[in-house]
Design a protein around this ligand. Structure first.
Ligand code: GDP
Ligand code: MG
Length: 300
């Protein structure tokens, strides 16, 4: 017996690539309909390759969120982030280049060159169209974009407002190869609970720290247990210099308390579980340049 009787659907990996801050993670969450990747106003929030699955009767699309490809990566962490994004691009059945409406920059050129080099088919998603008024201003931009590369499609969307997403899914599904389903039903990400908890804490920290130190921060869930019907989590926040520790903790511990409260509330809602969260701040000097640390954080 062969597999030929199995239902055929459009299946494959679609890599979301683009320069930092164009809205790749927001788009992933909007397409999957759940928060699988963290989002902040700061560039380089996403550090890992994160999978989000969209299941439809006719298609299974495995979207791969990636760190923004950026120039001038100096630290080991940033180099690893660029490698992660480049590898996801090379492995994809389809590349989804995410750009920002009316804002083509030198780093977009860098990403486009990677796409060209990969030889993978690509669509361009023009995000943040909610910021464009009047809408006609988009037309010359779309025309120029079409001239930059032989994209299979150009799709304007607003990931934030949920506009254009149905069209985008149709377009992407149609471009994926036909095969038997690749993934079991019911899953929506490949990331562990530990990882998702650590990421949510890092999101709240990044939002709270604003201009200060977020690039020097990592979060590791050290203990995850089930006690009296609730999840008990001990998480360590790594800072890469001793001087950052008091900044993260804040006066009388207020900042760390706010981060903990906000992470706990979001996780309660996301996981539909009660959660007891304890945060620690640990100095781990120059972790962003340590191969060992990057391994511990699943960054390499
Ligand atoms: P990434 O670095 O490409 O993953 O970008 P993020 O998803 O983290 O988003 C970066 C910032 O852009 C955040 O402040 C988002 O709220 C914002 N953003 C994302 N999509 C949209 C959109 O469609 N419209 C607007 N106005 N802002 C957006
Ligand atoms: Mg991101």
């Amino acid at each position: 017996m062969t597999d030929s009787s199995a239902a055929q659907m459009h299946c494959g990996f679609a890599a979301l690539v683009g320069r930092p801050n164009v809205g790749k993670s927001t788009l992933l969450n909007a397409l999957v309909g759940r928060k699988v990747s963290i989002v902040t106003p700061r560039p380089q929030t996403t550090r890992h390759r994160i999978l989000g699955l969209v299941q439809r009767p006719d298609a299974q699309i495995a979207f791969v969120d990636t760190p923004g490809l950026h120039s001038h990566a100096r630290r080991a962490l940033n180099k690893a982030m660029n490698r992660t994004a480049a590898a996801a691009l090379e492995d994809a059945d389809l590349v989804v280049l995410v750009v920002e409406a009316l804002a083509w920059k030198a780093e977009d050129d860098l990403v486009l060159r990677r796409i060209v080099r990969s030889g993978r088919p690509a669509v361009a998603v023009v995000n943040k169209v909610d910021q464009v008024r009047p809408k006609e201003r988009l037309l010359p931009y779309l025309e120029q974009l079409g001239e930059r590369h032989g994209f299979k499609a150009l799709v304007p969307v607003s990931a934030l407002k949920g506009q254009g997403l149905t069209d985008l899914l149709e377009t992407i599904a149609a471009l994926l190869p036909l095969s038997a389903p690749l993934f079991p039903g019911g899953e929506f990400t490949d990331r562990s609970l530990k990882f998702r908890i650590a990421e949510m804490i890092r999101e709240k920290l990044t939002l709270e720290l604003n201009q200060e130190v977020p690039y020097g921060i990592a979060v590791e869930v050290e203990r995850l247990a089930e006690e009296d019907g609730q999840l008990v989590v001990d998480a360590a926040i790594w800072v890469d210099r001793a001087g950052q520790k008091p900044i993260v903790i804040g006066a009388r511990g207020e900042r760390l308390k706010r981060v903990g409260r906000s992470a706990r509330l979001s996780l309660n809602a996301l996981l539909e579980r009660r959660l007891h969260l304890t945060l620690w701040v640990k100095v781990r000097e120059n972790w962003a340049d340590s191969a060992r640390a990057l391994k511990d954080l699943e960054l390499e």
